[in-house]
Design a protein around this ligand. Structure first.
Ligand SMILES: [Zn+2]
Length: 163
């Protein structure tokens, strides 16, 4: 059972990606513990830390009307989650950025499905974001894992966590 504390991952540029306690708590609330629980998901929002390579995920959006949720799939409503992105961006005077997305899997140690990989590559291709990378979180039953997607190479790499 994962404890409720921040989790830190090592980026490919040796910076750190921190999932803040508020963000991790919100995501873990949607773990698919029940046999009929459907997948959940949303977008990751956070900050690039000045004079460092570090990134903090402060906020996540959670399932909303318009999402399509089944036991083994999650398709988020683009429009509804975009509203959250826009709201946080203006509330923070442009410091709170869209960093990627998250969803749950009904397995202990999650691995991306082929649909996930295709979807992530489309996000890298189509989405507007300020850095070279997007991050993709899958919340499993025992572990929360993060993958880094590179816009330039469209490579997707699993990140190692340190705490
Ligand atoms: Zn998935």
């Amino acid at each position: 059972m994962p404890s409720l504390t921040e989790i830190i991952y090592i980026l490919s540029n040796q910076g750190k990606l921190k999932l803040d306690i508020e963000a991790i708590t919100r995501m873990l609330n949607y773990r698919q513990k029940g046999r009929e629980d459907t997948e959940a998901g949303g977008v990751l929002l956070g900050r690039f830390i000045k004079d460092s390579k570090d990134i903090i995920v402060d906020h996540v959006s959670v399932p909303m009307i318009g999402d399509k949720r089944t036991r083994y799939s999650f398709i988020r409503s683009k429009k509804m989650h975009q509203k959250i992105i826009d709201k946080e961006w203006s509330k923070s005077n442009g410091t709170c950025n869209y960093l990627g997305e998250w969803h749950t899997h009904p397995e202990d140690y999650p691995t991306p499905s082929r649909v996930d990989i295709t979807n992530w590559k489309n996000r890298l291709k189509d989405d507007i974001f300020s850095s070279r990378y997007l991050y993709f979180v899958i919340v499993g039953l025992s572990e929360t894992r993060v993958w880094e997607g590179d816009k330039r190479t469209s490579e997707i790499k699993k990140l190692k966590n340190i705490y």
